[in-house]
Write a protein of this length. Structure first.
Length: 367
């Protein structure tokens, strides 16, 4: 008999930060104590195959833009299934419908979980974000965030400051899976013909936030001095064709490897010489934690929360430094640091998925 029945709201279209957190959580939760179910408005959500493999029930709801059908369907589900908790994953307060319906349905534990530090919907979305922020603060009985910066974004700076009501749940990973392996590195580089190349890499979906156009500019600068350099793009998204076209225009398409969205992503971190992450904003990117766990030198934009700097191989720099300076720094970092296993450092810094799972179990049992 399960102790708690928890519904997760916000099953995303692609494997990004939220989906990675959900997958790692599911792998590290006591399944005899906690029963997870998920709702999605995306029939082709990338996490669905994983959930089905684990016999997790998935509830399909109408798109949120069809406000009334979505709200009625969610309300009916909540009243029928009688969940102990509803865990709502958010990048913004702009759409509070799930919170309102949970409140009306009488859900006892409504969990808000912040995964980002800015809106991706423009000025109108920002307006609604600030408008509905007090409502989400009031309705949610548990307030979580992946970083201190993400807490400020969703709950407000004044509210977040020295507030014990907000719990920071670091995005934990399987540190054993992402520990460095020289053997795997050699195998992958040989398999793809990268033995004598400088390999930069990025993991992230093709959305404006990830700044892929800038990375194309960076590799264009890198190859001026490192003619055998390549950059790996691992991810998927609607903007991929625009990135391909831009790479052709810049004359660097032969130096970019579009690897798609892969289940064996840990192998590709091993093959890289540098991890590049010039995002416009982030909560706390799981990919950045994974990359550091493999001992990679990492170059982040300073618009990513400083909490992502976990090892001495990771640095940040301003986006307005320009592609040329980013290229110089990337090459310098790649050639300065040899690889070594730093998985223990990642684990003791609070990014171990097993510890994350135990913390979440305690939260679900608070009710």
């Amino acid at each position: 008999m399960y102790k708690k029945k928890v519904l997760h709201v916000s099953l995303t279209k692609s494997i990004g930060g939220i989906a990675s957190f959900q997958r790692n959580l599911l792998n590290n939760i006591d399944k005899n104590a906690i029963l997870f179910e998920f709702v999605t408005t995306y029939p082709n959500s990338a996490l669905i195959p994983f959930l089905k493999e684990n016999n997790i029930k998935i509830h399909r709801l109408p798109p949120q833009k069809t406000v009334l059908p979505y709200c009625l369907s969610l309300y009916k589900l909540l009243k029928t299934e009688k969940y102990d908790a509803v865990h709502i994953h958010k990048n913004s307060c702009a759409n509070p419908m799930a919170f309102i319906i949970c409140y009306i349905a009488g859900v006892k534990q409504i969990i808000a979980h912040s995964h980002n530090t800015a809106s991706v919907g423009g000025k109108i979305a920002d307006m609604f974000h600030y408008l509905f922020r007090p409502l989400i603060r009031k309705i949610s009985s548990v307030k979580l965030a992946c970083s201190a910066a993400a807490a400020v974004w969703l709950y407000g700076e004044k509210y977040s400051k020295n507030n014990d009501a907000i719990q920071i749940i670091k995005n934990g990973i399987d540190t054993d899976l992402f520990s460095y392996s020289e053997k795997v590195r050699s195998e992958v580089r040989t398999e793809f013909g990268w033995d004598n190349k400088l390999v930069l890499g990025h993991v992230g979906n093709f959305i404006p936030q990830k700044n892929h156009f800038f990375m194309v500019d960076i590799i264009a600068e890198v190859i001026k001095k490192e003619k055998n350099a390549v950059i790996l793009f691992l991810g998927r998204g609607d903007a991929i064709n625009s990135i391909r076209e831009y790479a052709i225009k810049k004359g660097v398409s032969e130096h970019i490897e579009f690897m798609g969205s892969r289940s064996d992503i840990a192998r590709f971190y091993q093959a890289m010489d540098l991890f590049l992450f010039p995002s416009l904003h982030e909560g706390l990117p799981i990919a950045g934690v994974e990359a550091q766990c493999t001992g990679l030198p990492c170059l982040f934009s300073d618009t990513v929360t400083s909490e992502i700097i976990i090892t001495n191989r990771a640095v940040s720099m301003p986006l307005d430094s320009g592609a040329s300076e980013w290229a110089k720094k990337a090459v310098s970092l790649a050639k300065t640091y040899g690889r070594k296993n730093v998985a223990d450092k990642i684990a003791v810094s609070g990014y171990d998925a097993a510890d994350m799972g135990k913390r979440m179990e305690r939260i679900y049992e608070q009710q």
